[in-house]
Design a protein around this ligand. Structure first.
Ligand code: ZN
Length: 330
């Protein structure tokens, strides 16, 4: 996603390169416009499969990659056969679920730190978005322009889909926040569906009157690019304006916790010190509650892709995000 507007800098020439990037955000959920189509099929989470964890997951398909990068042609996406996408790893879910449900460990009978707080987590994209291009490419109004309802997201070169990654991290994040007393809602209920549109993802946070909302993504930039960044809204003379300042505070808290918790560096290719402010993302423009996006890193970078495939590392990511959200809320 990133690519798009980079605050100020002109990226035009890099169109192609960009395409890659977009995957995530851009593409996806949020935002970036042009790219959307790109990420395509690939993403699907074959990798994620039930097995989930292993760094070594079976690979997905090469196609995936191709598609992403690809680009501009939306059409492409649809075509590519996703690998197996059934990512939804039941197993994991269960876990997550259980966690959340589990009564806090003994001793925590006291008031939990996040009691009374509402958090909405938006796991970027959806595992089957590539199956319904007409729905995903439908143009929606994000106030500053019109763009696709959602995108397929990016994937690692060996086929681990961004949608699968964001789903796993988000479920774990939900469980952690709930264990700390928060009421948490996800913007999608599985990784085997389509959508919802970015407009609805924002609306879910608004309706919940969330104290904080976070959209989880991973980027698809050039192979040499690496590091994470946080995206925050800008004033657009619209509904997000009143929460721009709080969103920045949330973003700074998330950046700090993510860096210390994961050890990943600030992005080498977007934003300044891992902070990027944008006005082209529907998920931010339409939010009336404090909200940020986190691009956890670059799935097209071999070293980061390896980490994202690792279940233990994903757990660290979830914990780091939980700590950042908690720091903001308390
Ligand atoms: Zn994304």
């Amino acid at each position: 996603m990133p690519t798009v507007p980079r605050e100020g800098k002109n990226v035009t020439s890099r169109a192609l390169a960009t395409a890659l990037v977009l995957c995530c955000l851009g593409v996806a959920a949020c935002g970036g416009a042009p790219d959307d189509g790109t990420a395509g099929p690939a993403a699907s989470g074959p990798a994620t499969g039930p097995a989930d964890p292993g760094p070594s997951s079976p690979a997905g398909s090469p196609d995936s990659s191709g598609s992403d990068s690809g680009s501009p042609d939306p059409g492409a996406e649809s075509s590519a056969p996703p690998a197996e996408e059934d990512t939804g790893s039941p197993a994991d879910e269960t876990t997550a679920t259980s966690d959340s449900t589990v009564p806090a460990p003994a001793g925590s009978s006291a008031v939990k730190p996040l009691s009374g707080k509402i958090v909405v987590i938006d796991p970027g994209h959806n595992g089957h978005n590539y199956r319904n291009p007409s729905a995903i490419n439908r143009q929606v109004d994000v106030l500053t322009h019109k763009k696709a309802c959602d995108t397929t997201g990016t994937a690692t070169n060996d086929g681990y889909a961004e949608a699968a990654f964001t789903w796993d991290v988000s479920r774990q994040l939900k469980a952690i926040l709930e264990s700390r007393g928060a009421t948490v809602k996800l913007t999608r209920t599985s990784n085997t569906g389509v959508g919802p549109c970015i407009t609805e993802r924002a609306a879910i946070g608004n309706r919940a009157r969330a104290d904080a909302a976070i959209s989880v993504h991973a980027d698809g930039a050039g192979a040499a690019d690496h590091g994470f960044h946080v995206i925050m809204p800008k004033k657009i003379n619209g509904p997000v304006d009143p929460v721009v300042d709080d969103s920045e505070r949330l973003g700074r808290a998330v950046r700090k916790a993510f860096r210390s918790g994961t050890g990943l560096p600030y992005s080498t290719y977007i934003g300044r010190n891992a902070m990027s402010f944008r006005n082209d993302l529907g998920g931010l423009n339409l939010s009336t509650v404090p909200k940020v996006f986190i691009e956890c890193g670059n799935m097209r970078n071999a070293a980061e892709a390896r980490k994202f495939r690792n279940a233990e590392f994903r757990k660290r990511i979830a914990l780091s995000l939980a700590n950042g959200v908690q720091d903001y809320l308390t």
